[in-house]
Design a protein around this ligand. Sequence first.
Ligand code: ATP
Ligand code: MG
Length: 228
Amino acid sequence: MSQNIVVRLDGTSKTFERSHEVITAVNKASISISAGEMVGIVGPSASGKTTLLNLMGLLETPTSGYVFFGEQNASKLSSPDRRKLRLAKVGFVFQQLKLIPTLSVRENVELPLALSFKSHDYQKKKAQDLISSVGLAGKENARPSKLSVGEQQRVAVARALVNDPILVLADEPTSQLDSENGKKVIELLGELRKKSNSAIVISTHDPVISKNLERVYRMRDGNLSSSE
Ligand SMILES: Nc1ncnc2c1ncn2[C@@H]1O[C@H](COP(=O)(O)OP(=O)(O)OP(=O)(O)O)[C@@H](O)[C@H]1O
Ligand SMILES: [Mg+2]
């Protein structure tokens, strides 16, 4: 059973120091995410959702406790190895999107492929298929500034999926979308999960979205708990 676990946090904490104050963003979190699961993290602002996702995706290192990525203890990896693992296996939809303004839609989506070993033809097709499936066919050459915020959010989703990640971390991926487009993004993530058996973790404020996820955790003041 354990071979299906994509990421596991075990008593994992992250603190930040800010002008003589120590902030516990994540407090001894324990959670396992398996392949094919779609898990929600719900909680108010500043409860630690982004920090939790960043720990899972190897963008942050824990202050204490462990992050296991598959069978590997991420703390035992050198930072270049951790980075390599992250770039190859994790797709992020960042809360702040982080699209590159000087690149076109297509170039933004293709960005993670620079480190891929897959064939050029496969990469081009994959990027185009994703652009179409997020409803942006015809806008491949547009710069992000020419798109609506909702469209930009869909570019960020396509970019997160282009590298066939085993773990997709979507940080409030629908916060800027109306409920119809929000639903579409979640459906798209759901389709990906069926096709590729990826694990997906979605942080959200939106109760409608969390209602449609099988497993939902709550975050409050850095404390993670199962919502049942
Ligand atoms: N790099 C950092 N340096 C200092 N404090 C930080 C840093 N990142 C997060 N924090 C603090 O940690 C706490 C949790 O922040 P986090 O961004 O994880 O919350 P969040 O649940 O994602 O909030 P939101 O819903 O507003 O996105 C907050 O008090 C925040 O100010
Ligand atoms: Mg956040």
